[in-house]
Design a protein around this ligand. Structure first.
Ligand SMILES: [Zn+2]
Length: 352
């Protein structure tokens, strides 16, 4: 599991977040620093009452100035709880339970991203020692709809940088209806919970191929030599942590990039990109980025698809791609996810 930590640090340390819309992290316990006024924690909910915990762990913060500094939760952080509770009340119980082991939900006053999630490094029982989540404050306060927010993010993959949360006419047009017409926050929170459940249950899991020696702890490049563990989520569509299986690869995949990109898709690639993505098992553009995003996006589709009113379409000038219909046909992934959610899921070790 250390290998995973390495890869994630490699991917995200020092990357520009200008084009990022969300991310995931693995931190050492002493790297998660925040402080809240003592009174706010004095009546901390018992770890079994995950809903009551939301107002305890909501923490409005300004951008990080110095990574070594403790982040101060601003007064009024608990006023963010109702927006979180509205989402909590409509997600499956096994997702709700994630909040019992969460130390903090950072509600970011000023950030480029929509959200992020992470866990604290693994304990001796190979369980993460806790988890955290971060959300863009505007998503909690302004009830933005999913079409605006997720569609804005989609356009970034093609090098467009519209102001939040605007669609430019030259980019792909998303049209998304979430269950009960809830806001984009619903999608973002379920996606981020997906990362935490992935890490604490090893949905994505890698082993050293026969005949090779892998020492990713001392040589992070070795992680890229590893192959999906049998029956893991990774084994469905990926040949290595950084590359899809041959059957899932498509020519424009190499230009798909949201973070710190050497190369990026452009508007001229748009029609062909969606055409090439369509026959793959990646439910969304973002799912094709990495095994971890594949899992988080697929979990989100699984959860949303439990409701008949969920819709997700992307339009280009010459085609319409219905991603809800696509998900309905991705049987291997759908059944894997169903089995996963029927498991006795593990959660990061709840903290006092
Ligand atoms: Zn993600």
């Amino acid at each position: 599991m250390k290998a995973l930590i390495y890869l994630i640090s490699l991917l995200f340390v020092g990357t520009s977040q200008a084009y990022a819309w969300e991310a995931f992290y693995v931190l050492k316990p002493d790297e998660l620093r925040f402080s809240k006024a003592a009174t706010a924690f004095s009546q901390q909910a018992a770890p079994t009452d995950c809903r009551a915990r939301l107002k305890e762990i909501a923490c409005i913060v300004n951008p990080i100035q110095d990574p070594k500094e403790s982040r101060r939760c601003q007064p009024g952080s608990e006023t963010m709880a109702p927006a979180l509770e509205r989402i909590y009340d409509v997600i499956p119980a096994k997702l709700q339970q994630t909040f019992c082991s969460m130390q903090v939900i950072f509600i970011e006053n000023d950030t480029e991203v929509l959200g992020y999630a992470g866990v604290l490094t693994w304990d001796s029982n190979s369980q993460p020692k806790g988890s955290f989540m971060g959300l863009r404050r505007a998503l909690l306060e302004q009830n933005y709809d999913a079409t605006s927010v997720i569609g804005w993010k989609e356009q970034k993959a093609f090098g467009l940088t519209p102001p939040p949360f605007v669609h430019l006419p030259e980019g792909p047009r998303s049209s998304i209806v979430l269950p009960n017409s809830l806001s984009a926050l619903h999608y973002v929170i379920v996606h981020e919970i997906g990362h935490i459940l992935d890490f604490s249950n090893k949905a994505n899991d890698y082993v050293c191929p026969a005949g090779e020696t892998c020492d990713p702890t001392n040589n992070p490049d070795d992680f890229l030599k590893m192959v999906p563990a049998p029956n893991s989520w990774s084994a469905l569509s990926w040949q290595s942590p950084a590359k899809p299986k041959e059957s899932q690869l498509f020519p424009l995949w190499s230009k798909l990039c949201f973070y710190d990109c050497k190369e990026r898709l452009g508007i001229a690639d748009m029609e062909e990109f969606y055409h090439q993505l369509a026959p793959t098992d990646f439910v969304t553009t973002y799912a094709a980025v990495s095994p971890w995003e594949d899992f988080a996006e697929s979990l989100t589709f699984y959860v949303m698809s439990q409701h008949a009113d969920f819709e997700y379409e992307i339009q280009t000038p010459f085609a319409t791609h219905n991603l809800k219909t696509k998900w309905d046909g991705l049987f291997a992934k759908k059944f894997w996810m169903q089995d996963f959610l029927n498991r006795d899921l593990k959660y990061p070790t709840p903290l006092k």
